[in-house]
Write a protein that binds this ligand. Sequence first.
Ligand code: NAI
Length: 568
Amino acid sequence: MSTTLDSYGEETGTKDQLVTPWNQQIASGVELLRNPRYNKGLAFTAEERQAHYLRGLLPPAIETQDIQVKRIMRNVRQYAEPLQKYEALMDLQERNERLFYKVLIENVEELLPIVYTPIEGDACEEYGEIFHRSGGLFISLNDKGHILDCLKNWPEKNVEAIVVTDGGRILGLGDLGCQGMGIPVGKLALYTALGGVRPSTTLPIQLDVGTNNQALLDDPFYIGLRQKRVTGQEYDDFIEEFMTAVKQAYGEKILVQFEDFANQNAFRFLAKYSKTHLVFNDDIQGTASVTLAGVLAALPITGGTLADHKFLFFGAGEAGTGIADLIAMEITKHGKISLDEARRKTWLFDTEGLVTKSRKGSLYDYKKPFAHDHEHIKDLVSAIKKLKPTVLIGTSTQGGSFTKEVLEAMAENHKSPIIMALSNPTKKAECTAEDCYKYTKGRALFASGSPFPAVTYDGKKYVIGEANNCYIFPGVAHGCIISGAIRVDAEMFLKAAETLAEFVTKEDLERKQLYPAFPNIRNISAKIAAAVAAAAYDLGLASKIPKPKDLLGLATSSMYSPSYCNYR
Ligand code: NAI
């Protein structure tokens, strides 16, 4: 329970702990139309219009929510620019929350690239110009010593999930300072649309610790602090105050997802706070889980078990090392080998070449477990020829780096090598789907980080599965919430991956499609939530006891529904 609530669930004030005088009111008339949570626009019935002082405030037509969805989609489709579509959807979220989620859920495949990567990234770049409502909390260095007060100013009291960024490294776009807010807003919209987490329980937070992006500092429309990023102890103390305050405000079970922190900080904070808080990092763990799922799904075609494969990661940052780590854990879980032995099946390749023992002195800690005994190799093709990996995963941000020679070398190693070009956006993908099939003579199994059109090779049509993190994180969050988990364990991400892989059908595999179709994603999230919750109970990390008999039933029935309610 939150330390600032008394046994009646009311805030306790002391001389040092001040209370916000929140006031509850029933909205009616214009205020009701302006309240995004309760507004239904033209869907208010005649009785509701009479009872809630809406007569004359709306045109006479009374519409169903389905017609409203159609109208919104027609309007969104008319915009030529994706950023205009993004703005139209954000406006809708600010106007009519349930309609926004219904639109999103029913058109998930079409709208995902708008509210999530890649377009939300463009939106962050333009955030200063398109900013008109915060949509979450902005906590800056000016708030040092008052972070708990900031949290108390957020009007919702039952917050269960926070996505927080410091804008240090937004997608592939670098330091966007205070303009990273679009990312937590977008991620949490997917918590709701795909994972069924109630919007009133989600809180997007932007921490502003300055920016080293000179263009933003010089931009008259920049919305953040005009100073360079603080680092070292001052930065760590600020994060510590924040992490302490979230527990004070929302209790032990508050879920905090770290998002788009710069590489070193992401690993540091995950290691530090996973011991004391319910935290995960989607860039590291969500990516790892979705990628592992793709590899597991491919096994019926490649033959053998995970342990029979050898993995080479081109790019050894948050994504690459996170995936390598989780794959090694999965091998250990199902094989009779130690984590160290499993890690020896996974090799990293970074800007300096193959990560080897001889480089250990200059390596970041998170790469060290994968620094194996081997001569140092500087170029990728030679590494592939020497190590003979059967799985090649690109997380390097280097578009086109899986050249004809690289792909041909991979085709030498296995009848069906797995090749994943995960770098985003599309132009940064290590290779295209078409090149992958062409240079491996149609033998590879390919997956990507960005959407690719289907490829026809030698008369056969191959559909390209997208290793999209949104298969994983909404279900993981929902599972943590329904079980009242107090810590996130790697086992939950293993379970999430195994569950996702089970959704890939024989027909999908005939098309070499390593991920299931998107329209099924709410069912997938529910199943993942149930698996994650089961893991929480098995590991003794669940606080909602007794354990419900039917976790899948609970996960499904507790999902947020965007359908309108009737008002008395
Ligand atoms: P990061 O910045 O942490 O890591 C990038 C790594 O690539 C660094 O280790 C760097 O040394 C290495 N690298 C850069 N140039 C290289 C070169 N020429 N040769 C070899 N290595 C090189 O970034 P992060 O978070 O790991 O993301 C990497 C890429 O993966 C991004 O493009 C991102 O969009 C993508 N990604 C895709 C996901 C998905 O498909 N579900 C999820 C997360 C990330």
